[in-house]
Design a protein around this ligand. Sequence first.
Ligand code: NAG
Ligand code: NAG
Ligand code: NAG
Length: 505
Amino acid sequence: MKHVFVFVIQELAGNGTEELDLGGKVVVPGFIDSHVHLLYAGLQMARVKLQGVNRKDEFVRKIKESVRYAKEDSWILGGGWNNDLWGGELPLASWIDDITPYNPVWLYRMDGHMGLANSVALKLSGISNLTKDPEGGTIVRTVDGEPTGLLTDSARKLLLPYIPEDTVSERREALLKASSLALMRGVTTVVDFGRYYPGASAELSWKDFSDVYQWADASEKMIIRVCLFFPMETWSRLHELIEEKGRAVSQWIYLGGVKAFADGSLGSNSALFYEPYANEPHNYGLQVTESEILSNMTMASDKSGLQVAMHAIGDKANDLILDIYESVVSTNGIRDRRFRIEHAQHFAPGAAARFGRQGIVASVQPLHLLDDADSATKKLGMDRAQKESFLFRSLLASNALLAFGSDWPVADINPLGSIRTAMKRIPPAWDDAWIPSECLTLNDALKAHTISAASACFLDNDLGSLSPGKLADFVILSTDSWDDFAAEGSASIEATYVSGVRAYP
Ligand SMILES: *[C@@H]1O[C@H](CO)[C@@H](O)[C@H](O)[C@H]1NC(C)=O
Ligand SMILES: *[C@@H]1O[C@H](CO)[C@@H](O)[C@H](O)[C@H]1NC(C)=O
Ligand SMILES: *[C@@H]1O[C@H](CO)[C@@H](O)[C@H](O)[C@H]1NC(C)=O
């Protein structure tokens, strides 16, 4: 098979063709990451990084270090912390108040649904014991009713307006840095969901489009392809733009569709479930957008021909969206619409089969399986966690389209890591797979990061496989043995080509 393929390619060579001797190395299509927050990831690269921090004193030390170089009154931003790594205790403003007396601080949790403010930041944004919880969010408080510094979901809206906006040049720099890192990891196309928390200003996504993406495109600085999704409440604006420009603004920028949120996240106990959290018996999670609003927006977006994606993590949130999608189809009629559910992490019985039956794309992030394994068993209980989490094999068995992504910067952008994780499903410090029957083969995992990911955003005519007529985006891997790769899932990126031109290293 291999030889036939080589022969066919050689037939196509003309005298302008550059021939590379790859020494038998495996070549795969350029990876497509189905879910990133690209500019946000780039911005985070320049901020306090708390990913992987597993002790309180380390957390405090990192803040101390960044305060040392900060101007008085300037915001200390960053995050990526995961309290599950130090035993679960949530951080408090009081941990860092005495080392940050002159600087407001805002540090998001790794899932982005929660963050820690210090007392300077709380004061600056007027959050006190007298402030009421906004709908869809919580100001976490002590038993005396004093804010602890933690703000979840929409409660972040009380503080975010006080953080100065990133400048245009910071955001442009962020795009360039993030894109270079993507190429290093073999990613040639990303689906960008913009600013990722519920309640983020929709305007920001549009400003990023005009200030950053259009600038980069016009000044020939785009080095990866992006497919952009916009907040669903602005669907008519996207509809008009597509009418004007078409879906492909250029070979680099595609206008994707619209996205809204059904629930929060598991890490912040705000993913929406039928059963309460095992560690919080009265908490079922949060529905962050009213059903009628989600339903009306989906109906209108779909009617105008836009692709719709919904964030749903908990089992109840997934069912809610499956129901909405079903009713929109019955009203608007059958067409090739490729409705997506982003994350699709926990399912009630029967949900995986509904993805297949209804033709819903499951846009999932295998690397979250590693981050969530311990907390899922704690928060859902072993029984639920073992039955309903990250059901990739079941989704494929139901004929659903499975698209892989990273949710970068929530998890690292690393398709080879995510492919391996989907094959092995072994969380750190575990001996065995988490639900072994849900492990994928290399082929299935590879498809989910290439051709299926391309189909999931309607780019399969141009991308996702090494086929005549498609754009020549491909990756050379370090391994020369397909069999070893299929057994272990391990390899590294030797080189990344975009449109047939070497882009990395
Ligand atoms: C091949 O190269 C020659 C000389 O450089 C040129 O004249 C000819 O047009 C080329 N042929 C093709 C098919 O590009
Ligand atoms: C709120 O805090 C202020 C100042 O610390 C205090 O005087 C007041 O009693 C508190 N109110 C409530 C309702 O806890
Ligand atoms: C949703 O749409 C229905 C039918 O058009 C309308 O009556 C209702 O007011 C809308 N609800 C919201 C929350 O916009």
